[in-house]
Design a protein around this ligand. Structure first.
Ligand code: GLN
Length: 186
């Protein structure tokens, strides 16, 4: 199965390590020519969403990837990746993919105090370690078909909509591979 990891900026290598542990090959996507025709999965890593968004457009990866997401290719967006998928960002314009009908707030926990760990249920997965780093949360769901996968301190931090999974936390920074496994099995 052709699994791509967007590798423009941020924590893409950590996702690569998670996939390696699951014996899953992957392709690092840095330019348009890296995107295989038969791409079947896409991971959007954490990092700085404004930089990633800019590079997606500048390096001409945006349209091809968006088309595939709209064709229901499964995509996992973590932290900045969730922000790239979000339909709306509180107080900001976005030219991200806007395929996931949620309103996110960036740096929602504050810039300094924004990093913390917790544990919780993510959909069917229980006791999952949740690592938040200058994380966003989902302030509003914009389509009733969006499923909430995790609530931490009464904030929505993980959702699924059709083929798209977005998490405000970083499963790739833990040893727990269950979210990656679930994503590969979609
Ligand atoms: N604060 C970052 C942003 O707004 C996201 C942080 C992360 O991906 N760890 O893009």
């Amino acid at each position: 199965m052709a699994v791509g990891i967007l590798a423009l900026q941020g924590a893409f290598i950590e996702h690569a390590h998670s996939l390696e542990q699951l014996s899953q090959d992957y392709i690092l996507l840095r330019k348009k020519a890296d995107i295989p025709k038969n791409l079947e999965r896409l991971i959007l890593p954490g990092g700085e969403s404004t930089v990633q968004r800019k590079l997606l457009h500048e390096l001409d990866l945006y349209s091809v990837l968006k088309e595939k997401i709209l064709e229901d290719m499964p995509v996992l967006g973590t932290c900045a990746g969730l922000i790239l998928l979000a339909g709306e960002i509180a107080g900001e314009e976005t030219d991200g993919f806007r395929t996931l009908p949620v309103l996110v707030r960036r740096n929602a926990y504050g810039r300094q105090l924004g990093s913390f760990s917790a544990e919780g249920t993510v959909g069917e997965i229980s006791n999952f370690p949740l690592r938040f780093i200058r994380a966003p949360y989902i302030e509003k769901i914009l389509n009733p078909a969006v499923t909430v996968l995790n609530l931490t301190d009464q904030h929505i931090t993980a959702v699924r909509y059709r083929n798209q999974i977005g998490t405000a936390f970083h499963p790739e920074l833990t040893e727990d591979l269950r979210i990656h496994k679930m994503f590969l099995n979609l």
